[in-house]
Design a protein around this ligand. Structure first.
Ligand SMILES: Nc1ncnc2c1ncn2[C@@H]1O[C@H](COP(=O)(O)OP(=O)(O)OP(=O)(O)O)[C@@H](O)[C@H]1O
Ligand SMILES: [Mg+2]
Length: 257
């Protein structure tokens, strides 16, 4: 690590192939050649404490700073807990809530029927009336786990995705990793229906523990495919897009398409 074999700035990304929406994290934008393609559904899959919620807050806050309204659907954390997590990074999101630029919607997992109805009928309306440009669902794993039956789960996720596509909003989902097979999400399906997949991981070696991330897929654009280290600092995520994690990568090939 620290060896900059493939400096991101020297790569020729087709930055203009699609309008980009910043992830709110500089180094990640660099890995993507500018940010998330507008209108994409991106899922950030990661183990506990890898910074999924922090990334989601970065993404929403970046839009708010640029004057774009945002919707944050929280299935895990209470609204107050999210506000204080943001505060701890020095981000005051309460002002945006009072200015009706940000809405945090806490969904109740115990009431499947009401929650499913709210997501199906109220969400598209909320996106429209709010004029929201960015959406977060934290976490999509908990949303899909509300439904016991695998087929119903698929139908619900498909319905949600198509409502989001119709609304033209750019969405970031967080998802829990499958502990038995840590290269996949817990439900093993969301990565196939999403346009983009980010993978966040705590990498343990004998001598070190390091947070690393990788862009697994991002439809319609060229992107970095290598693992890159990142830290969770007092000011949020800090990604090192020019640092290598595995130095034997790229000896025989470029590892990218
Ligand atoms: N204000 C802060 N300053 C520095 N580090 C922080 C701060 N807040 C959180 N962290 C670090 O970030 C980690 C949690 O980040 P976050 O909640 O974004 O992860 P997550 O992947 O959403 O976790 P979960 O699996 O619980 O949903 C903490 O365990 C801590 O290491
Ligand atoms: Mg979280």
């Amino acid at each position: 690590m620290g060896d900059s074999k493939y400096p991101m700035s020297e790569r020729s990304f087709d930055k203009y192939s699609k309008e980009r929406i910043s992830s709110g994290v500089n180094g990640l934008d660099e890995m993507l050649g500018g940010g998330f393609p507008q209108g994409h559904i991106i899922v950030a899959i990661g183990g506990s404490g890898t910074g999924k919620t922090t990334l989601a807050l970065h993404y929403i806050l970046d839009g708010l700073i640029k004057g774009e309204s945002g919707l944050y659907i929280s299935i895990e954390e209470e609204k107050e807990s999210l506000i204080s997590a943001a505060n701890a990074y020095g981000w005051d999101i309460e002002n945006y809530i009072s200015d009706h630029k940000l809405a945090i919607l806490k969904l109740d997992l115990s009431d499947v029927k009401t929650t499913a109805r709210r997501v199906k009928s109220e969400l598209p309306e909320l996106i429209r009336s709010f004029g929201a440009k960015r959406l977060v669902i934290d976490s999509i794993t908990l949303f899909s786990m509300m439904f016991d039956d695998a087929i119903e789960r698929r139908i619900r996720i498909f319905g949600l995705n198509s409502a989001i596509k119709k609304a033209g909003i750019t969405a970031l989902y967080t998802a829990e990793v499958n502990v038995d097979n840590p290269y996949y999400s817990k439900d093993g399906m969301i990565e196939y229906s999403a346009d983009g997949v980010l993978f966040l991981q705590q990498n343990e070696s004998e001598k070190n523990i390091r947070l690393i991330m990788r862009v697994i897929k991002m439809r319609k654009i060229q992107h970095d495919r290598l693992y890159r280290p990142y830290d969770i600092t007092g000011k949020g995520l800090l990604v090192y897009p020019n640092e290598m994690v595995y130095t034997d990568y790229g000896k025989d090939n470029d590892s990218r398409e």
